[in-house]
Design a protein around this ligand. Structure first.
Ligand SMILES: [Zn+2]
Length: 128
């Protein structure tokens, strides 16, 4: 996980948390680790479809209708919707390079914080 999603609502049920805690003490199962650690909820079939659709490139829009197109350190990015509990469908997932994935995370967090900030302080722009 690149950033905490705690603020977006409950992601792990107590049972899952329990299983996680157990996993720390129990011996790890032999079938253990796949490639990514933040894409484990995405079915392989979806991943494959997304990869093909995005042609193995970062889809971050750069303006001018251009896309980043990086093939370096790509990650399956789940949209905020998915983070909120939506289905990891092909439409909700895209390829992003590591840096753009981080950038997106920052933007989301920034928006959330800003929205909160605005709510706390109604526009107080006195023209004096
Ligand atoms: Zn990129």
């Amino acid at each position: 996980m690149l950033f905490s999603l705690d603020g977006f609502g409950p992601r792990l049920s107590p049972r899952e948390r329990d299983r996680k805690r157990k996993a720390l003490t129990d011996r790890p199962r032999p079938q253990s680790v796949t490639s990514g650690e933040n894409d484990r909820y995405v079915p392989t079939a979806v991943k494959r479809a997304v990869w093909e659709r995005d042609q193995g490139r970062c889809t971050w829009p750069m303006g001018d209708g251009e896309m980043c197109g990086s093939t370096h350190r790509l990650e399956f990015d789940r949209d905020l919707e998915v983070a909120l509990g939506g289905k990891p469908t092909i439409e909700n997932i895209r390829l992003l390079c590591k840096s753009h994935n981080l950038m997106k995370a920052e933007q989301h967090l920034g928006r959330t914080l800003m929205a909160k900030f605005r709510k706390d302080r109604p526009t107080e722009r006195d023209t004096s």
